[in-house]
Write a protein that binds this ligand. Structure first.
Ligand SMILES: Cc1cc2nc3c(=O)[nH]c(=O)nc-3n(C[C@H](O)[C@H](O)[C@H](O)COP(=O)(O)OP(=O)(O)OC[C@H]3O[C@@H](n4cnc5c(N)ncnc54)[C@H](O)[C@@H]3O)c2cc1C
Length: 385
């Protein structure tokens, strides 16, 4: 069997590794570098060598085609057209990931404006001199800002919402986080709209809605991602936000699978590596003709800034919430309840109880008996239960 995988990110590499013993596997990726772990890109700010991020321990059994863009799928002929020739397939796996969202601001085409997505982005950041402005104060924007600050750059984070990580934290916890970041050389401007990037040959300033000009020789836009589904869309496969797949990660063409951030399963796309890898395993099983179904697990996200702990899991949008905050101790937790069960949790400062809350979310255990003790963690809850 000939398997062609498009996209050499974590999902594409995993499915290629799982299939290489049983099939002829070609892995096509448009990035120049050997496949690497995007999740650990921030290690480069600390001076880690690029090789320490590489994903494939051995290329055995995989025909690797880096720096090769897949251009078109000819479904009738079962051929993938690439910039370096045609690849016939029996099964095609799309693992094309996401694209960073670029706000259509005036000046957004100027050199010096980067996304925080690819190896080359971070390499360019490591060569840059300050001052830097990061647009977007979510998990990725803050990780990037802290990374730039460790390299000695003066960094300002401009965040449109009234406080940082507004989906995860409330204003109190976000204020603690902003104060902590300030001690690292990261200044936060929340509730600040960006109206343009200015400069002649290179970025020079970021203009805010209130007229403020922030000097910048590096601007990073970290305002979200959008699934990369263009190959699938052009081939006539069903695409909504992502490439529509069934429980076996099959698209509307039974010979084509989609996994990772480019896929949309039960109306949902993902933005984390763990579900991307889980999907790769299910697709590999299905391709090998075995019974397999992807079952979404609760999302878990953590801020990767050393010395600052923020963690969230599950559904953090439901209205029934329990909040505990201790500003002096710089700790905060918010628990989300739905149908008498813990649906989601956000922890800031002290995240030691994260595994306990994650277990409650996964097990969907009724919490009525110990609800008022829940914010105090496992010790009191186990006593009451
Ligand atoms: C800086 C950073 C930090 C992160 N930290 C975390 C974290 O702590 N925890 C976590 O869970 N997640 C984290 N993520 C998210 C995580 O990296 C992604 O969820 C994961 O990489 C998704 O894997 P993927 O294989 O679906 O897509 P990707 O990693 O995006 O890989 C897709 C690949 O396909 C290539 N491609 C696209 N189109 C084509 C084409 N037409 N032809 C050839 N190649 C193509 C792309 O260039 C890319 O290399 C982080 C992301 C970033 C950017």
């Amino acid at each position: 069997v000939r398997i062609v995988v498009v996209g050499a990110g974590p999902a594409g590499v995993r499915v290629a590794e799982l299939l290489r013993a049983s099939a002829e596997v070609t892995l096509v990726g448009d990035e120049v570098a050997l496949p690497y772990d995007r999740v650990r890109l921030s290690k480069l700010f600390e001076g880690a060598p690029v090789e320490s991020l590489f994903l494939l321990r051995s290329g055995a059994g995989i025909r690797l085609m880096p720096a090769t863009r897949a251009e078109k799928i000819d479904r009738a002929a079962r051929v993938l057209r690439t910039a370096r020739g045609d690849l016939p397939y029996d099964r095609l796996v799309l693992a094309t990931g996401s694209q960073p969202v670029r706000l259509p601001l005036p000046g957004a085409g100027l050199p010096g404006l980067l996304a925080y997505r690819r190896l080359e982005d971070v390499r360019a950041m490591c060569r840059a001199e300050g001052p830097a402005v990061v647009i977007g104060g979510g998990l990725l924007g803050l990780e990037c800002a802290a990374g730039l600050a460790t390299r000695g750059l003066k960094v300002t984070v401009v965040h449109a919402a009234p406080w940082l990580m507004e989906r995860q934290l409330d204003d109190g916890a976000a204020a603690m986080l902003a104060a902590r970041l300030a001690t690292r050389g990261v200044r936060v401007l929340a509730g600040a709209g960006t109206v343009g990037i200015e400069g002649t040959l290179h970025v020079e300033r970021v203009r805010l809605a209130d007229g403020t000009a922030l000097p910048a020789s590096l601007v990073v836009m970290a305002v979200g991602i959008r699934p990369e589904a263009s190959l699938a869309r052009n081939a006539g496969l069903a695409v909504q936000r992502g490439i529509v797949v069934d429980d076996a990660l099959r698209t509307t063409d039974p010979n084509i699978f989609a996994i990772g951030e480019c896929a949309e399963h039960q109306g949902r796309t993902i933005g984390l590596v763990a579900p991307a890898l889980a999907q790769a395993e299910v697709a590999a099983e299905a391709i090998l003709g075995r019974q397999a179904a992807y079952a979404p697990a609760p999302d878990v996200a953590a801020l990767k800034v050393s010395g600052i702990s923020a963690w969230s899991a599950g559904d953090i949008s439901v209205p029934d919430q329990i909040v505990m905050e201790d500003a002096s101790a710089e700790t905060y937790r918010k628990l989300f309840v739905a149908d008498g069960r813990l649906a989601g949790a956000v922890l800031y400062g002290d995240v030691a109880d994260a595994p306990f809350y994650l277990r409650l979310i996964r097990e969907a255990r009724p919490i009525a008996k110990f609800r008022r003790l829940l914010p105090f963690g496992p010790a009191l809850v186990e006593q009451a239960a």
